[in-house]
Design a protein around this ligand. Sequence first.
Ligand SMILES: Nc1ncnc2c1ncn2[C@@H]1O[C@H](COP(=O)(O)OP(=O)(O)OP(=O)(O)O)[C@@H](O)[C@H]1O
Ligand SMILES: [Mg+2]
Length: 372
Amino acid sequence: MAGSGCWIGSRKKAFEVKVQILGIETSCDETGIALYDTERGLRAHTLHSQIALHAAYGGVVPELASRDHVRRIVPLIEAVMREAGTTLDAIDGVAYTQGPGLAGALLVGASVASALAMALDKPLVGVHHLEGHLLSPLLSEDKPSFPFVALLVSGGHSQLFFVRGVGQYELLGDTLDDAAGEAFDKAAQLLGLPYPGGPALAQLARDGRAGVVRLPRPLIDAPHFHFSFSGLKTAVLTLVRQLQHEGRFNDQARADVALEFETAVVDVLAAKAFKALRQTHNKRLVVAGGVGANQSLRARFVKEAAALGVRVYFPEMAFCTDNGAMIALVGALRITEGVRDYAFHVRPRWPLSELTAVVEKGVGDACCGSTT
Ligand SMILES: Nc1ncnc2c1ncn2[C@@H]1O[C@H](COP(=O)(O)OP(=O)(O)OP(=O)(O)O)[C@@H](O)[C@H]1O
Ligand SMILES: [Mg+2]
């Protein structure tokens, strides 16, 4: 495949090679499968969430996650092929999440992807899970063009990047302790909400009264772009204990704390993201990852962006959290790196900075529009 070129995505522009990639995501507690076609876009996708399986434990149990991926993966691949009205013979390659993630869970996707690619004699592409999240807005009809600033806020990451192209990710800021999603989950637990906490806390926050309680905005004025949310979580713990001690920890108080927590996180994320835009003189902002599904965050970012003449791009709601579509998309963008050596390996720890740039003429442009 080397040198064949792969102009992806925009149906407004011609591309050199039409490819159809099967994407397999099994890095954590979701089995996601999708078929992405560079000419026709996303043909089909499906997802099995293990939330119910892990809920009783208050978090993901790695061994249970792996076993469930084993049970689900083949029927889900069959379902996607049925939905797309095609067969495996018609695909041009298989992409799977190679890392980062839970080793056992990653191995399930890697072994199935490798076996399929070998049986079909098609290229195999190992995809970086975070590159999937970062580029997930490119699945939408209205895509950002390069370069853009990207805020990645998921269960395990809070990072700001300056994205010049596919594989060209300059890390501007990183999480120093708890990620934004992790903070939502832990704060939700303190408020007695079920796992996963982010959506439940956001729901509770709707009944909250603004400004009744006060929490800190960690590192909001710091001269760098790093994030720290573990102190905020401790502040929630202290506040909850104080309200309990005073006999005031009722449903209204829980909602007030939830709203203040959500606002504090959004304040910090917005301050850093818009500062990064100013500093890089850029006018395009991508917000990806599970926390990007938060409606208050979306409303706040859209409002602030409009005031500054900036465009903000979110993935479709279904592609904020883990999914196979983003893996199939990155597989299509990186198909020229596909191997036919099926001795797969997974990378549970894998810095995004180690990725190679996709600089082949036309890839970025055709996918995401002009850079100027
Ligand atoms: N509406 C919401 N508001 C706030 N947080 C949310 C919302 N929906 C989901 N989340 C949070 O998003 C996180 C899950 O997102 P995602 O699936 O992108 O992360 P992950 O795959 O677990 O982590 P990573 O991709 O960093 O390995 C959870 O922490 C969840 O609580
Ligand atoms: Mg994820």
